[in-house]
Design a protein. Sequence first.
Length: 175
Amino acid sequence: MHTSNLYYTEPQLELAELLVASAFPSRVFFCNSGAEANEGAIKLARKWGKMHRDGAHVIVCAQGAFHGRTMGALAATANPRYRKQFEPLPKGFVHIPYGDLEALEQSIDSATCAVMLEPIEGESGVIPLEPGGSRRSGGCAMSATCSSSSTRSRPAWDAPAAGGPTSTRTRRRTS
């Protein structure tokens, strides 16, 4: 059974307490969809960049990924098939070839607040990221929605740079 995040539930509270106690500094943000989770991650990354990296706002994304149908998530998605009819989209997203660590490292500069990657791309085929690939960038990376018929992973920060934000969310789908 699914309950909207508008209402508090005992299992939600218990999960939040477990996450805070085991991995996160003080807060958990539950979402209703992958697009909503990605929008939250984009906002969190940009807020953190503004507060801690002198206004950094650029998010590096991989080509071939799909992040959702909201405006920010579409801007993070490189595929023109999804983007074209909604342009102009929000600025500040750079798209690099998936799995190209050299391109990833070259794309990170002082304006970068996050790297948004899917650990396994599903939209362009089942293509796994090289193990440890996001950690090798030396930057702040977050993995975006990774979908299968039974599980969906929400944004997860991987190797935060200099005290960057941390957030993870995974939910079993029943439909």
